[in-house]
Design a protein around this ligand. Sequence first.
Ligand SMILES: Nc1ccn([C@@H]2O[C@H](COP(=O)(O)OP(=O)(O)OP(=O)(O)O)[C@@H](O)[C@H]2O)c(=O)n1
Ligand SMILES: C[C@](O)(CO)[C@H](O)COP(=O)(O)O
Length: 225
Amino acid sequence: MKERNKVAIIVAGGSGSRMQSAVPKQFLDLNGKPVLYHTIAAFAGAYPDMRIVLVLPEAHFESAEKVLSYFAQRPDITLVKGGDTRFHSVKNGLQQAGSDAVVFVHDGVRPLISTALIRSCYEAALQYGGAIPVIDMKDSIRVVEGDVNRAVDREKYKIIQTPQTFLSEVLLPAFELPYDPLFTDEATVAERLGHRVHLVPGEEANIKITKPLDLVIAAALLNER
Ligand SMILES: Nc1ccn([C@@H]2O[C@H](COP(=O)(O)OP(=O)(O)OP(=O)(O)O)[C@@H](O)[C@H]2O)c(=O)n1
Ligand SMILES: C[C@](O)(CO)[C@H](O)COP(=O)(O)O
C-alpha cells in the first residue's frame, strides 16, 4: 500500500476542569517532564516523517516552549490555538493537515501511547480509511433511564481511546459538519457522514489523564517501562 504523509494532531486545548488543578493537566509533571512532553515524544519517535500539530489554549502558547525545551532535538511542530470544545480544537488543527495524509488525532493527556499502537492505527487507516483503538470493559455496567436501571451485556460495549486515525479525505469533509454535542471523538463525526468505523485493539495503559488518580497511575506505569 502507498505510504502517506503522517500528521499527528495532538489536542491539548482544554482547561482540565475535572483535574481541579491551577495548571492545566497537560502541563503537569509526570516523572520529571510535562505530561505533553511524553505524548509528543511518542509521536515524534513513531515515524521519522511524522509532522505534529499541537493544539493549545492561546493563553498557554508560552508553556509550549517549556515543554519543547525538554527535547534534545526539537520535533517538527506547528502550534494552533484551541477552540471552545474538543471538536473545535480538532477542527482548528485539521486546517494544518494538508492533503494525502494519514491524520492521527490524539488526546494530549494520553501520554502512555506506544509506538506499536500508533503504527497499528496507521496500517489500519491505510487499509480501511480510518481506525480507532478500543479496549474491553472490566466492570459490570447498567443503563439508567429516569428512575429505572437495568443490567446490560458489557460484551456489546467498548471503551474508546485515541489516536483516532483517518485518511485526510475522510476527516476533513466530516469536520465541515455543524457541531453536535455528541461529537466527543472523531469516529462519531466520520460516522455521521456515513463512514463505517474500524476498531483496532487499544492498550489498557493508554489511559486518559482526567482526574488526580490518573496521574498517579500514569506515573507508576511509566516507572515500569
Ligand atoms: N476545548 C478543548 C477541550 C479539550 N481538548 C483536549 O481534548 C483532550 C481530552 O479532553 P479532556 O480530557 O476532557 O480534557 P479537558 O477538556 O481539558 O478536561 P475537562 O473535561 O475535565 O475540563 C485533552 O487533551 C484536552 O486538552 C481540547 O483540545 N480543546
Ligand atoms: C476522545 C476520547 O478520549 C475517547 O475516549 C474521549 O471521547 C474524550 O472525551 P472527553 O469528554 O473530552 O473526556
